[in-house]
Design a protein around this ligand. Structure first.
Ligand SMILES: [Zn+2]
Ligand SMILES: [Zn+2]
Length: 149
């Protein structure tokens, strides 16, 4: 599988994905902007349990109950989030993957907070806030991957 390994900024923590991703989206909310210090977070949704740590140990920081955000204890790079209230999927910070160059999101959420200079691609699925359901995003991701296969 392509795009299947990742690591933190300092290299203490490495992981691999043991299942195909479910969806890829950009979150433009102000929390993601603040947490990343950037314009958005690229979120790769994978099945629960599909993140396997291959080196070191990630630890929950920052509101572990709400986000379950797992970070490297040394460089504090945000690697993935496992919400305690939903064991359906894990959200991987796609920028930590070794090869993220071919990853193009199918959807953009919280576009009401989006920085105005960012032009979204034509046809991209957009939600002004949280999507009411992940279904259209998951479908679009599956459709694109089937078409490209
Ligand atoms: Zn690190
Ligand atoms: Zn967000």
């Amino acid at each position: 599988m392509e795009h299947s390994r990742g690591r933190c900024f300092c290299g203490d923590v490495e992981y691999e994905l043991t299942a195909e991703p479910i969806a890829l989206l950009c979150c433009h909310c102000t929390e993601c902007q603040t947490a990343s210090g950037s314009s958005f977070i690229l979120s790769l949704k994978v099945p629960y349990g599909a993140v396997k740590v291959t080196k070191g140990e990630a630890k929950p920081y920052l509101r572990p109950e709400a986000d379950g955000q797992q970070r490297c204890p040394r460089c504090l790079a945000a690697l993935w989030s496992e919400r305690l209230d939903s064991k359906e999927m894990v959200t991987v910070s796609a920028g930590t993957l070794d090869n993220s160059s071919k990853l193009e999101p199918v959807a953009h959420i919280w576009t009401s907070d989006k920085q105005p200079w960012i032009a979204l691609p034509k046809g991209a699925i957009q939600f002004p806030n949280n999507p009411p359901s992940m279904e259209p995003i998951v479908k679009a991701w599956r459709f694109r991957n089937e078409r490209n296969a």
